[in-house]
Design a protein around this ligand. Sequence first.
Ligand SMILES: *Cc1c(COP(=O)(O)O)cnc(C)c1O
Length: 396
Amino acid sequence: MKKGHKVEETVRKTFLPFCLPSIGEAEKKEVLDTLGSGWITTGPKTKKFEENFRNYIGSQHAIAVSSCTAALHLALAALDIGPGDEVITSPFTFAATANVVEHCGARPVFVDIERETYNIDPDLIEAKITPATRAIMVVHYAGHPCEMEKIRHIATGHHLHIIEDAAHALGSEYRGKKAGTLGDVGCFSFYPTKSITTGEGGMVTCQDSALAEKIRIMSLHGISKDAWKRYSANGSWFYEVTYAGFKYNMTDIQASLGIHQLDRLEDFITARQCLASLYDEAFSGREELTLPVARKGIRHAKHLYTVLLNLGKLSVDRAEFIQKLQEENIGTSVHFIPLHLHPYYRQRYGYRKGDFPVAEDVYERIVSLPLYPMLTEEDVEYVIRAVFKIINTHHR
Ligand SMILES: *Cc1c(COP(=O)(O)O)cnc(C)c1O
């Protein structure tokens, strides 16, 4: 769409949701097959999903779990991170990233983000490392991988683990390697808003066999054999508890969705990239907006499409901008409210406004627009026209 294109006046009749999952017939058939099979919890379908996922990512190991939150918790627990330890992460993320550090009794230590990618700023990490630091938990925001070379250099120098919160980054690459293979442990989400979904679900990836085995055992009560090994024809009743583990396993019902969603992932990413480029082309050169970037040497999975409002050029703020899109029947979201501004983290660590100025500035100005494979080009063009309507009317 060209700039100055005539603005359409009619508001669409139906609400355009911020996000919708794409569930196909193959997923439905597989779920029914599983329901009729007599085995509905962790079993052969979960094994197959793990195997396919491992092959796609190029990791040595993949362990399917109940959520990305569970994956992150397991990563920390398996690395023996606990009371007295510190984990460096971004404040510009979902609550789960830091909450799991709290679950381990450790302390999340926030480091401000880069202006360009909204990822953790590698140049600010070293100043936050103390003798208690054990790991850096990176978040590949919106699907743009973090600056892993710099981060790996810092981690190696200080003997720190790297955990990837790759909830946005399934299919993202950094210098030809997929997210989930860039640190010690990778964690993925299959929540309905994510690139593929199992309703709820997650995956842990890692390279080290002993660590993978520990994560697998910890994901199911700390028991040395999973239920499939105990209850199938060749199973035996005996097991031992080797850790006080969790109940974080994935069911075969979820894996049934995952197997076919993963088959469709590359098509999903292509669709997301095409739709994102429509937004890019339409909005580029508009002084009211700052658009997302993709650095050289990366593949961006386009989990989110965000715009930053240049508030000096607009007479509306972010809340009003979202309100006006809502009046056009368009759903949007904000990723994220910086964690240090939430009451829990303020009260526990005394964080205040001003502590992470880049994250705060981006937060005040950011909006996520609808971006998912079920969107049509017409939907995206409708959103573009609505955005133009607002920024043209409220330009200053
Ligand atoms: C969605 C998300 C999570 C949590 O994923 P669940 O599968 O819902 O537990 C963690 N981190 C980030 C960055 C996310 O966006």
